[in-house]
Design a protein around this ligand. Structure first.
Ligand SMILES: Nc1ncnc2c1ncn2[C@@H]1O[C@H](COP(=O)(O)OP(=O)(O)OP(=O)(O)O)[C@@H](O)[C@H]1O
Ligand SMILES: [Mg+2]
Length: 249
């Protein structure tokens, strides 16, 4: 579904992505991991077309998106749903209207057709109870569900989660990890990409783990292969030890 081929990206003198290549299969859940500052967010910005590589190519559904003009980029972005760290809901709109919003902007559906679609995701994410509430009345976990419902309402082909659980308590983390799997299972062919520091979530949830290190893909493997890797950098990442061969800055 997505392929990076020798992507290089620098900001001024600083090269963040040296030579990044990986493939993400359709329908899979892939985690992109790596320590802070490795370029995880920079990588997903290339998928949405917010950044362009200095060299190399980014393929989305077999199409190179690096040369798209602004208009085609807007079309391209409609195929991608994003769940941000803070759900970024509209405070003055009810849960229902938050979820309906992308359809009101992007489609000309009749009210009853729109209602059917909104109710479909609301039921899939089990948030019927609070459709008339305002975001301020929701807990963090509930807001996440609503944010996810809003990201899914336009039936994206790919959903990107940038650190969906960072800074949250373990119960909510667990709930969100389960939700990622549930949503991926419920939506045939949906490709899920998760950026995370949460190694446990990656090991429990991912089909594929892509580990970035020093501007390259250090390892792209299944959780099982990842766990059994003898690579010293991977071992250090798994153990969380500050001492070891991994360069921390
Ligand atoms: N638009 C930009 N201009 C200049 N430097 C940038 C820009 N975007 C990112 N960077 C730099 O690129 C590096 C990688 O940033 P990125 O946000 O991708 O890290 P990350 O792996 O997502 O880290 P974290 O886990 O902390 O979110 C950082 O040093 C950052 O300062
Ligand atoms: Mg980041």
């Amino acid at each position: 579904m997505i392929e990076f081929k020798n992507v290089k990206k620098s900001f001024g003198e600083r090269t963040i992505l040296q030579d990044v290549s990986f493939k993400i299969p359709k329908g899979s859940i892939s985690f992109i991991i790596g320590k802070s500052g490795e370029g995880k967010s920079v990588t997903i910005k290339h998928i949405i077309g917010l950044l362009k590589p200095d060299s190399g190519e980014v393929f989305f559904d077999n199409k190179d998106i690096t040369s798209l003009e602004e208009e085609s980029l807007l079309e391209h972005r409609k195929r991608i749903g994003m769940l941000f760290q803070h759900a970024a809901l509209f405070d003055s709109l009810t849960v229902y209207e938050n979820i309906a919003f992308p359809l009101r902007v992007h489609t000309k559906l009749k009210e009853n057709e729109l209602n059917d679609k909104v109710m479909e995701v609301i039921s899939a994410l089990q948030i019927e109870e609070y459709i008339q509430k305002l975001p301020a009345e929701l807990s963090t976990g509930e807001k996440k569900r609503v944010g996810l419902a809003r990201a899914l309402i336009t039936k994206p082909q790919v959903i990107l989660y940038d650190e969906p659980t960072t800074g949250m308590d373990p119960l909510i983390c667990e709930m969100i990890d389960k939700l990622i799997v549930q949503v991926n299972d419920q939506n045939k062919d949906l490709t899920s990409i998760v950026i995370s520091h949460d190694l446990k979530a990656a090991l429990d949830t991912a089909h594929q783990i892509i580990m970035l290190y020093q501007g390259r893909v250090h390892l792209s493997a299944s959780p099982k292969e990842f766990l059994s890797s003898k690579d010293p950098i991977v071992r250090q990442f798994l153990s969380g030890d500050a001492n070891g061969p991994m360069k921390l800055a």
